[in-house]
Write a protein that binds this ligand. Sequence first.
Ligand code: NAP
Length: 411
Amino acid sequence: MVNAKQTGSWITLGAYYRLQVPDDPIVGFIEGDGIGPDIWAAAQPVLDAAVARAYRGKRKIHWLELPAGEKAVKMMGEPLPPGTLDGIRRCVVALKGPLTTPVGQGLRSLNVSLRQLLDLYACVRPVRYLSGLPSPVKHPERVNMVIFRENTEDVYAGIEWASGSEEARRLSEILREEFGVSLPDDPGIGIKPMSRRGTQRLVRRAIVYAMERRLPSVTLVHKGNIMKFTEGAFKKWGYELAAAEFADQTVTEDELASKYGGNVPPGRIVVKDRITDSMFQQVLLRPEEYHVLATPNLNGDYLSDALAAQVGGLGMAPGANIGDSCAMFEATHGTAPKYAGMDKVNPGSLILSGVMMLDHLGWSEAARLVEESIRKTIEDRIVTYDLARQMAGAREVKCSEFGRAIVEHME
Ligand code: NAP
């Protein structure tokens, strides 16, 4: 996969999975299908320009293309060649456009396969308002949260059988005869596995993230009042982990009341929990009280999109899938095939995923430069069609022009 002409140096992992990043890192990229090439062509120059300006040419990303999706099928006859997986592992960090799962290739979803094969167990979605964006709420600027969604367990594990299938029939029989549980006639059945290990590695990442950025709280979001041994266990295991590994850095809401008179001891992160339905109200009514959310898979899926809508929609929502040995940053929208090749769509989600990637590399000066330039570009009302149709007096530009405008606003 890596040809002899590839320039740059490899990123390596140090103790506690800390990245060791050279000034000329090789970073993998998957261009993506559909609108992938359009948004990649707009995003890459923005990230390169920010790095060049922030470090005056001392640092530079050396991009390594890793084929996946339709492009890989054309080149190599399969959508996810082993070389691409090895390439992501070798690069440690990759940026990815959206992928279509080619019909008839035997994979349920390329994206899910990538996450499972690379064990990218934390789906990380920052949700923050960029001034100027259209929003359906009165105070979108009060939202500033990062969601850590467990990525490998829960009802997404794909353990389910259709109504009328032999497997569902047999399982119903076993449940009735051996466990005394009777189900309705002919049910479809899905299984919701959640483990201590899966929960705790996710919660650990969420707490470390809050510690590194000095954020005030981590909230465990669960529906444990109903699903006691899955969602309820998520809450229990989360608190256990905080007490076992971060006793000096965290404090629970109960301890705040019983030991500290309601005042957070300096430098401590408050670990709290909320029932999922109440959390949906909280993010609308009191968003400023929440900073990092740790959630099981399904809760996180719903909350990520609901929160993205509060700050202007999915077109600008960045995301990352992170494991212990590598991380993949990706646009959260799909391939929007009807717009492919039209140079029309919003590259904001991929660019902001690139910002997350720069922060992950520790290159925060470049990350802030991109963020600031996007903010100025939107404040000048230079936007792509999706935002233009919601903003009075906006100048609608193409995908590539939006990218160029961001670079110009860095000057
Ligand atoms: P989609 O590709 O996200 O597109 C749905 C709509 O969202 C578009 O028609 C467009 O709305 C808007 N949109 C999406 N990206 C946009 C952008 N960059 N700028 C502006 N507007 C944007 O969802 P889909 O049509 O359900 O899925 C299409 C394919 O993408 C499927 O094959 C699916 O499997 C795949 N997919 C991949 C990923 C991934 O790789 N992570 C994620 C989701 C879906 P308007 O038409 O209203 O303008």
